[in-house]
Design a protein around this ligand. Structure first.
Ligand code: T6T
Length: 327
């Protein structure tokens, strides 16, 4: 009898503990501050919102209209000043310059999770910046290597190629450029790499820059556009010059436009990242941290779907094209 009673007491205690853990999770409020308005971060927002709904937490989202420290920092400061956030999930727009502003969040008692881009060298265990809970995003250096091999194959292993990118000192695109150049240098002695030019996340500037290179280098064989805007601008310049199919484009980021350009033979390879997963997992990490989990990985690589004309119609691949309802 006594034994039955104490078992009942333990069960009641456990139920209470579980209830209070989920009550703690329900109490947390998360700020979501991505890099810029674009289909990649809009899909990430869908992941954040889905997880918030599933886990019963509140999220406040603010998406900067343009890319950069000058725009992201005041939004971050206002999120800190609200005084009601426990976590900030963010994509730092500069790996060094956003360290101070995000450290101020930590000093105000807000924990930080970085998605898509990281601070410092991204090694939050041994590197110079250790305060974020985790980096959840692509292995962008590997993505650059994949892009290089794809472009090299598309141009038959020789010729001149050009990189159009967004900004220096941003971990994501920097990794892509590095991985791309590394593979070309080591594996393709007959390919010469030009660039990167930095378009500052402006597709029109990317178009102009690529058009200028096409003009200067009549034998240009390929272009690597390192993100949504770079690939969009590069693709437009190739189309405008009537060179679709002659100059091969590899696009980082699976926008509908990139897929359309693939259908027209302008883009030969598209790397889809997994922004939904990044957003969903970041919220899960915040909830787990709030519940007392201490062994969360400090780096999570979310992988890619690599899309070409042969698999683009396969639903298992096509589901990774960035789909934003109503857009
Ligand atoms: O490529 C993504 C993201 O990974 C990068 O950090 C910034 O540009 C995008 O948001 C695409 O526009």
């Amino acid at each position: 009898m006594l034994r039955k009673q104490s078992l009942l007491a333990i069960a009641a205690g456990l139920a209470l503990a579980v209830a209070s853990q989920s009550a703690d999770a329900a109490k947390i409020k998360i700020g979501f501050l991505p890099g810029v308005v674009d289909p990649f971060y809009q899909v990430m927002q869908l992941g954040v919102e889905a997880a918030a709904k599933d886990l019963g937490v509140d999220v406040v989202t603010q998406i900067p209209p343009t890319w950069g420290v000058q725009v992201q920092t005041p939004i971050l400061d206002s999120m800190i000043a609200r005084g009601d956030l426990n976590y900030i999930i963010t994509a730092p727009t500069d790996k060094d310059q956003m360290v101070g502003p995000l450290k101020a969040a930590v000093d105000a008692g807000i924990k930080v999770i970085t998605v898509d881009t990281f601070l410092g060298d991204g090694d939050y265990v041994k590197g110079p910046v250790k305060f974020p809970i985790s980096y959840i995003g692509s292995d962008n250096t590997e993505g650059g290597r994949i892009a290089a091999r794809g472009l090299a194959k598309a141009i038959g292993g020789e010729g001149t190629v050009y990189i159009n990118s967004t900004n220096p000192n941003v971990s994501s695109v920097e990794g892509r450029e590095k991985g791309f150049k590394e593979v070309i240098e080591k594996e393709y002695p007959k390919i010469k790499v030009l660039g990167p030019d930095y378009n500052l996340d402006d597709p029109n500037k990317a178009t102009q820059q690529t058009a200028a290179v096409l003009e200067r280098e009549p034998k240009l064989a390929g272009v690597f556009g390192t993100n949504v805007f770079s690939a969009q601008g590069a693709g437009a310049a190739v189309v405008n010059a009537g060179l679709g199919g002659h100059v091969q484009v590899v696009a980082y980021d699976a926008t509908k436009l990139a897929i359309e350009l693939m259908g027209k033979g302008v883009v030969s390879l598209v790397l889809a990242q997994k922004p939904f997963d990044m957003g969903y997992m970041a919220v899960q990490f915040a909830v787990a941290d709030a519940a007392g989990v201490t062994s969360l990985p400090r780096r999570v690589e979310t992988g890619f779907a690599i899309i070409d004309k042969d698999n683009v119609k396969d639903p298992a691949v096509a589901r990774f094209v960035y789909q934003v309802p109503g857009k």
